[in-house]
Design a binder for this molecule. Structure first.
Ligand code: HEM
Ligand code: MG
Length: 330
């Protein structure tokens, strides 16, 4: 029942994606949304199942079709999310919180918590969501966080979100977390995803016909807040991933992976964590994290974990990292 990931799009150019076949609709009772404005938008327009429960193949295809996300980027993100927060037996992932709709859970310590499960994929220092430890809704849109996004876009981008703004805002969010969140954590997958996600609004939320790296605040608000394409929205002109991630980092290259220990303003470097240049550490630490959730899988569970880990590795096979087979090979 696990499907191999879809290949590249047949047509890889820009096109109208907010089209008649994909109307935005209000949520129905029980529909699930989460911390990712990209996936929320895809679900609200029917590129993903509107209930917010999808297979990895559906998510990868929707990210490609609806935003022209590069296939390898979509696979890398999706399989990493699937492996820690999805149900490997039913092959379903919730794009928000934990739900019975992904089927009967494998035994603990597996979590199958959906994308909102804090500390696996979801993490601190998000642009438009608050940190988990503040106790509110850490997956939903937060107006004060978005106001800050707008302030930075005004100050550094003449009213637009661009790579210059991204560099300043990313750094500020990390400093803000260190200063206000006693449990602030910024390591491994979150270190990468935070920098990558800083580029997505520029690469994916700007209309493909006027693709100038400048996101208007009106467009930002419809994506982040409502999970909605602007009217007449066209996707990116060519497949693209986290383009510009190095520029976001290099704006403040002193940032190191770590966490607050014992309270705010006590950020301690974690030498075991990956950072942007220790990519194979990211891969290997991730495999260890999966092993922590699935120490001793059997049968279909083991088989599907092997398949998902293999597709995850395939998405980074040009990185030179040594592939690991903690559950053997099929
Ligand atoms: C954030 C998952 C695709 C744009 C997130 C987060 C998750 C996630 C779990 C929350 C991280 C956090 O801020 O704590 C995924 C998965 C994808 C995917 C599994 C599968 C391909 C996309 C796409 C876009 C996108 C296609 C853009 C079109 C974003 C942005 C954020 C984000 C901008 C940051 C939100 C913020 O910081 O406020 N994603 N995402 N993602 N995602 Fe996605
Ligand atoms: Mg977050």
């Amino acid at each position: 029942i696990v499907d191999p990931p879809p290949g590249p799009l047949v047509f890889e150019g820009t096109k109208l994606v907010n089209d008649a076949a994909h109307p935005w609709r209000e949520l129905r009772p029980g529909d699930i949304r989460g911390p990712c404005p990209g996936l929320n938008t895809l679900a609200n327009h029917g590129y993903l199942p509107r209930n917010g429960i999808a297979t990895p193949g559906q998510i990868i295809y929707a990210a490609q079709e609806g935003f022209n996300m590069w296939g390898k980027t979509a696979r890398f993100i999706t399989y990493s999310a699937m492996l820690v927060s999805g149900n490997p037996i039913t092959n379903l992932l919730s794009i928000g919180g934990k739900t019975w709709r992904t089927g009967l859970d494998p035994p603990p310590p597996a979590r199958v918590g959906g994308l909102s499960d804090h500390g696996l994929f979801e993490g601190d220092a998000s642009m438009t969501r608050t940190d988990h430890s503040f106790g509110g809704d850490h997956a939903g849109f937060n107006q004060a966080q978005f106001d800050q996004f707008v302030d930075f876009s005004n100050e550094y981008g003449n009213g637009f979100y661009n790579l210059t703004v991204a560099g300043e805002l990313r750094y500020h969010l990390i400093q803000q977390g260190i200063a206000t969140n006693p449990s602030f954590e910024f390591v491994n997958g979150r270190f990468f995803s935070a920098y990558g996600e800083s580029t997505f609004p520029i690469n994916h939320f700007v209309d493909g016909r006027n693709y100038n790296g400048q996101l208007s605040m009106a467009a930002a608000e419809t994506f982040f807040k409502d999970g909605k394409y602007p009217d007449d929205f066209w996707r990116a002109p060519a497949p693209i991933g986290a383009f510009g991630i190095e520029r976001v980092f290099m704006a403040h290259p002193t940032v190191i992976p770590g966490r607050n220990v014992g309270g705010v303003n006590n950020y301690v470097f974690d030498p075991t964590s990956a950072d942007l240049i220790k990519f194979c550490t990211l891969y290997s630490n991730f495999v260890d994290q999966v092993l922590g959730l699935y120490p001793n899988p059997h049968g279909l569970l083991r088989r599907n974990l092997i398949l998902n880990l293999g597709w995850f590795y395939n998405s980074i096979d040009d990185s030179g990292c040594t592939e690991r087979f903690p559950y053997g090979q099929l």
